[in-house]
Ligand binder design. Structure first.
Ligand SMILES: NC(=O)c1ccc[n+]([C@@H]2O[C@H](COP(=O)([O-])OP(=O)(O)OC[C@H]3O[C@@H](n4cnc5c(N)ncnc54)[C@H](O)[C@@H]3O)[C@@H](O)[C@H]2O)c1
Length: 260
């Protein structure tokens, strides 16, 4: 790419030196988000419950945090703000699921998924908002799922396959509403809040079983699952100045699966 057009793109998206917090930074989508924002010239602050972070970069700062722990969450945000002063973007991405049938659902499983998928997003948003001033525009991106909008088609999941659960979809629907709520209620500090709803993402390191991939692909207008590289562009857009008038939106990236 010519230097001029490279500079144009850098300026257009305006992500150079922006400080971006990404939760779940050691997971499949998290790692891809981290690498993408580093490539855009951002300073990335990764959060994950995993003790250590294998990926190293001088602009990547890693904090070990269970985002669903209310007190730990506040302490780590305090530490982060002490070091970085201003944070431009928060990406709530850490998420979990349970895969067994709802008839076997336990209270512990319901709490586990709700605590991480919903409460931890709220804690991070609260701690981000509290320490933000309104001088610079800021962005929050919540990673949701197409199963916040549609029910998983049971024909895709065989008897013994990992099923996408009712509580997973319910918490992700909650994420969409948190997005709409905070898009309105954080605007006093110039913070935009949007969500991304990916469809099923293929995992090359730990591939889904072949029958599942086939059935999922048959159900999808694009005839395949997504790759993380097809999701991260939406996060770049929503974090950047290019989306400065996009607020309260849920960007669905599912190859058209929820369109029919
Ligand atoms: N993979 C998909 O097909 C898919 C589809 C739609 C939406 N999503 C959403 O994308 C997001 C990322 O999913 P993924 O596929 O990368 O999953 P993943 O399991 O690969 O990564 C999730 C990361 O979150 C971390 N994490 C879990 N609990 C945590 C906690 N309490 N505190 C801090 N970190 C915690 C994990 O250690 C892991 O590194 C999730 O919100 C998920 O619901 C994924």
């Amino acid at each position: 790419m010519k230097k001029n057009s490279q500079n144009y793109l850098y300026n257009f998206f305006g992500l150079r030196n922006k400080k971006v917090i990404i939760s779940g930074s050691s997971g499949q989508l998290g790692k891809s988000l981290v690498k993408t924002f580093l490539n855009c010239g951002s300073i990335v602050i990764g959060l994950d419950i995993k003790k250590s972070n294998k990926y190293k970069d001088k602009n990547l700062h890693y904090y070990n945090l269970d985002t669903s722990n209310y007190h730990q969450n506040s302490l780590i945000f305090e530490k982060i703000y002490k070091k970085f002063k201003v944070i431009d973007c928060l990406i709530n991405n850490a998420g979990v699921a349970v895969f067994n049938p709802f008839t076997k659902r336990t209270e512990e499983e319901l709490d586990f998924v709700t605590n991480i998928n919903l409460k931890s997003y709220f804690y991070c948003i609260k701690n981000f908002y509290k320490r933000s001033n309104k001088t610079k525009p800021k962005s929050i991106i919540n990673v949701s799922s197409i199963y916040s909008l549609i029910s998983p088609d049971p024909r895709i999941y065989g008897k013994n396959d990992r099923k996408s659960s009712e509580i997973y979809g319910a918490t992700k629907a909650g994420v969409n509403q948190l997005t709409r709520y905070f898009a309105i209620h954080l605007s006093d500090k110039n913070i935009r809040v949007n969500s991304i709803s990916p469809g099923g993402i293929y995992n090359p390191l730990n591939p889904q079983n072949k029958t599942f991939i086939k059935k999922y692909s048959n159900r999808n207008p694009m005839n395949r699952m997504a790759n993380t590289s097809e999701i991260v562009g939406a996060a770049v857009y929503l974090a950047s100045d290019a989306s400065s008038y996009t607020n309260g939106h849920n960007l669905v990236i599912d190859g058209g699966m929820s369109a029919w």
